[in-house]
Ligand binder design. Structure first.
Ligand code: FAD
Length: 294
């Protein structure tokens, strides 16, 4: 595993649907700036469902924060021309980093379009834009639910790197062993690009359980049982959640994870509490601007 003295921190947002949501997001972003994030990223609804919202949110964050903003771009259900138009827009906006994904079409929504896999999008970006963008792709320590096998899924990550990706961000996981074994698999395939753990702060149980079942992220039985036992007691859920995720992040950083990418769900508080606890073991999180060697 590549060990870096300064782990990169990044935060993911989704495009808000209301003015109030935009204001909350801007406020959350300002609070998170104290951790000198390497970038903020903004999700994109497959099939273009959040196209304008994503672009507007990226623009808003660029204006408010002067930080690197990395739009996600999901290719499934879209045509090549649509992807190229968006990429041209990001070029004009001075974007330098893209998270390239396949995405999932909501059931009943259209055809796959011209793209089948994220690697097709990586190829398109490199063919048409050269090295203008740094490209991040998705990785799955607990394996993507549609993968033919665990080995095939790691081969898919390799395919995305061979197509020109520079790094990967993982689906969230609660068991660090899954990540370490995954890195071993990657090393056996000579993948030596940074694979940054995605971190999901725990804010409540039922939505997390539903989403985790859908995306194939395992909530260990003991965590599930404890969260269930708290019922509607959000304070206890969050207090326990902060402890669990803090311990996970501590373990990851101590074992040389190149960074942490927080799925914030547009809220700063939980990420802040987790990161505040981590500062003693990774002072670079606040003491200087994190620089990342790739
Ligand atoms: P791919 O890399 O294309 O993989 C999809 C599946 O196809 C895998 O099972 C893979 O093993 C298999 N596969 C790939 N290539 C081949 C091949 N040649 N032959 C056979 N099988 C193959 N979704 C959104 O809609 N918007 C977002 O903004 C978004 N952001 C995300 C950010 C991160 C960090 C992560 C981890 C996920 C994100 N997702 C997002 C979810 C993601 O789009 C879904 O998990 C989706 O199901 C797979 O996307 P992918 O890019 O990993 O796809």
């Amino acid at each position: 595993m590549t060990t870096l003295t300064k782990p990169s921190i990044s935060f993911e947002f989704f495009p808000p649907k209301t003015i109030e949501g935009v204001n909350h997001l801007a406020e959350a972003a300002m609070h998170l700036m104290k951790f000198h994030p390497e970038f903020f990223s903004v999700t994109f609804g497959a099939g273009g469902s959040t196209r304008d919202g994503t672009i507007e949110t990226v623009r808003m964050l660029q204006q408010k924060t002067s930080l690197n903003i990395a739009p996600h771009l999901a290719c499934i259900g879209s045509q090549r021309e649509e992807m190229l138009t968006i990429l041209q827009e990001y070029k004009k906006m001075g974007i330098s980093r893209i998270i390239a994904l396949r995405g999932d079409l909501p059931s009943g929504m259209g055809q796959a379009g011209e793209f089948q896999y994220a690697s097709d999008l990586v190829v398109l970006i490199r063919e048409t834009m050269g090295n203008l963008f740094r490209i991040e792709v998705a990785a799955y320590p607990e394996f993507h639910p549609q993968a033919a096998s665990a080995h095939d899924d790691v081969l898919n990550l390799k395919r995305k790197f061979e197509a020109g990706a520079n790094g990967a961000i993982t689906q969230y996981f609660f068991n660090s062993d899954a990540y370490y074994y995954y890195l071993d698999d990657c090393a056996r395939l000579n993948i030596n690009m940074p694979i940054i753990p995605g971190v999901m702060p725990i804010s409540q149980f039922s939505k997390l359980a539903r989403f985790s079942d859908m995306c194939g992220a395992e909530i260990p039985f003991w965590i599930r049982k404890r969260l269930q036992s708290y019922g509607d007691d959000i304070d206890s859920i969050q207090k326990f959640g902060i402890e669990v995720i803090y311990n996970l992040c501590q373990d990851l950083l101590k074992n040389g994870a190149p960074g942490l990418h927080f799925y914030t769900l547009n809220k700063a508080e939980l990420s802040i509490q987790i990161l505040n606890g981590l500062v003693p073991i990774a002072p670079a999180l606040v003491s200087s601007v994190a620089s990342h060697v790739f």
